[in-house]
Design a protein around this ligand. Structure first.
Ligand code: AMP
Ligand code: ZN
Length: 144
């Protein structure tokens, strides 16, 4: 398993930094975020050091995603909330501070002020078809 001694989350996995673990199995760890966006905010990470979701081995991504329903259901039950946001930030530009893949599960409450709508844009004529073609070609060529 990959590990990086300078990575905070690898150190959490190794038990060198304490964390409020709520779930652990052979592949993943879930623990409470110490800087919660809302009460009950949980992080779900692979045990191995992978910086980017886009570079994660698919099988490991599956192992992580497979537990999201159960963990999200627990978040709803524990916090008495009806909904949540699941968020992954990849890259500095997207706000990724810890360079070890993590899924945020953020329980939502009415009027919590967190917001959920980003400013949606509009495509100029032809752009959506151009993007569609580029995506299809790139995905078809992409290796796993
Ligand atoms: P991101 O901006 O997506 O990289 O989010 C990193 C998250 O990790 C933030 O929400 C931090 O509050 C959280 N975090 C950083 N260090 C710890 C830690 N030792 N234990 C729990 N959560 C942490
Ligand atoms: Zn790491």
């Amino acid at each position: 398993m990959l590990t990086d001694p300078n990575c905070i989350f690898c150190r959490v996995v190794a038990g060198e930094i304490p964390a409020a673990t709520v779930y652990r199995d052979a592949n993943i760890l879930a623990f409470l975020d110490i800087g919660p966006l809302s009460d009950g905010h949980v992080l779900v990470i692979p045990l191995g050091h992978h910086e980017k979701l886009s570079e994660m081995p698919p099988k490991l991504a599956c192992a992580l995603a497979a537990e999201l329903p159960r963990l999200a259901k627990a978040a709803r039950a524990v916090t008495g909330t009806e909904g949540f946001n699941v968020l992954v930030n990849e890259g500095k530009v997207a706000g990724q501070e810890v360079k070890h893949v993590h899924f945020h599960i953020v329980p939502r409450r009415p009027g919590d002020g967190l917001g959920y709508r980003w400013n949606a844009g509009k495509y100029p004529e032809g752009r959506i078809e151009q993007l569609q073609a580029e995506y299809r070609e790139t995905i078809a060529k992409g290796s796993r």
